[in-house]
Ligand binder design. Structure first.
Ligand code: ADP
Length: 409
């Protein structure tokens, strides 16, 4: 029986590469939306495969027993439901790589903090002289581990809820769920479906460690405790980062590696990736912070809670996913924050906040900067709270644009 690789994203391309380099004489299928003539050039590999349109998938049902599904494609597609009825197994690339790799996995999921916790974990383990593969949703696809000659001690894998929808045997030695708050509700009918997908991270982890501040009432879960280290010199600001550090602390303790790391030094030195509460500039006592990775309310609240200030400007905006944001949670800051809103969500933000906040609406960031007055402010915080796809290719392009604009002031 044959395999069909469905989708053409980063992880799918890695699976295609693996099939070509390691299963060279095994024919497989690549499936994508629309006529193959329109997309087959994007495959960028030569090998023994046939490209077919998603609408024609049914025609190969009798030939295939496995579909490796890209995270961008919803499992609810009728053609996938039909495939499942035919007994065809549907798995994510995460499950695919896990079946073939024997490197112990530390997996991280959650609404916010996945990348930060994964990077903290990889750095901490490397500082303990362990060889670490860092991948999944971050950097390299997990499948790259199968084509790499390094002998790794650990694989630190960032996993999204979409990837976790289609796991089966995936069994990390440590599973971390940072937090689960409403997000991606464009893809899920109910919050509970999103939460359930995330909980799949510990579906098979009955003898390893599960770490989360949320109570899942399972025997091997540990809720991380408040750390008694000093955070005054930490570059990674805020209580949410103290929480992130606590996942690393508990993991090292579990792996019996704590004595190999100066944890205070680690806290003082760890630097989050760009655009996570990153200081860009200070002009006449006003600090400009780029938290451009923020795409939901919880991360924006985490950013606001990371600073002591009495007057500040919060810049928010982006693509509306759905209109269920609990803006009242921002009221805590109403006495000291003015809001400048831009893009698709600007009017929605203004209508939702107008009772309690001074809100100005702008078409885009450039127009917003044209009106930015910061003489009396201590903080200008760019923490958009919405995805970037209204005006930008991705969050990086949006965050870089903010930096450019700040540097023209
Ligand atoms: P993810 O990979 O889950 O998107 P990131 O580490 O890239 O997470 O951070 C995304 C946003 O969430 C940033 O704005 C960051 O400051 C914020 N953040 C990081 N950790 C947490 C946390 N534990 N709780 C809430 N927000 C967080």
């Amino acid at each position: 029986m044959k395999t069909a690789i469905f989708g053409l994203g980063v992880s799918a391309k890695s699976v295609i590469k693996y099939h070509i380099t390691h299963k060279a004489d095994e024919h497989f299928y690549i499936v994508n939306q629309g006529e193959p003539n329109r997309w087959k050039d994007q495959v960028q590999f030569k090998g023994d495969f046939t490209c077919i349109a998603q609408d024609d998938l049914q025609s190969i049902f009798k030939e295939i027993n496995l579909i490796i599904l890209s995270p961008g494609i919803p499992t609810q597609l009728p053609i996938l439901q039909a495939a499942q009825k035919e007994g065809i197994e549907i798995i994510s690339e995460i499950e695919f790589a896990f079946r073939l790799s024997d490197v112990p996995v530390i997996a991280v999921t959650g609404t916010n903090g996945k990348t930060t916790v994964c990077e903290m974990m990889a750095k901490a383990l490397s500082d303990c002289d362990k060889s670490v593969f860092l991948g999944g949703n971050i950097g390299h696809a997990y499948t790259e581990i199968l084509m790499d000659d390094t002998s790794y001690d650990y694989a630190v894998i960032e996993v999204s809820s979409f990837q976790l929808e289609t796991i089966n045997t995936f069994k990390p030695i440590i599973s971390i769920i940072t937090n689960i708050t409403p997000s991606h509700m464009e893809r899920y009918d109910h919050f509970n479906d999103y939460k359930k997908a995330k909980e799949n991270i510990f579906k098979n982890n009955n003898d390893g460690l599960v770490l989360s501040k949320m109570d899942f009432s399972i025997a091997n879960q540990k809720m991380p405790e408040k750390l008694s280290y000093n955070f005054e010199q930490a570059i990674a600001l805020g209580e949410h980062n103290q929480e992130n550090f606590s996942y690393i602390y508990e993991s090292l303790k579990y792996l019996r590696l704590l004595d190999q790391l100066d944890f205070q030094k680690f806290i003082n030195e760890f630097t989050p990736s760009p655009y996570r509460i990153q200081k860009i500039r200070e002009i006449d006592g006003c600090v400009f912070i780029n938290d451009g990775k923020s795409t939901n309310l919880d991360s924006t609240l985490a950013a606001l809670n990371s600073f002591k200030f009495s007057h500040g400007i919060l810049i928010m905006g982006g693509k509306i996913r759905d209109k269920s944001i609990e803006f009242e949670k921002l009221n805590l800051f109403k006495a000291k924050v003015e809001v400048m809103a831009f893009g698709d969500a600007a009017t929605y933000i203004a209508e939702s906040l107008n009772q309690n906040f001074k809100v100005k609406v702008f078409e885009n960031l450039a127009a917003l900067f044209g009106d930015l007055k910061f003489d009396d402010q201590e903080l200008v915080l760019f923490s958009p709270c919405f995805p970037s796809f209204d005006l930008y290719k991705n969050y990086i392009e949006r965050a870089e644009h903010f930096n450019q604009l700040v540097n023209t002031l």
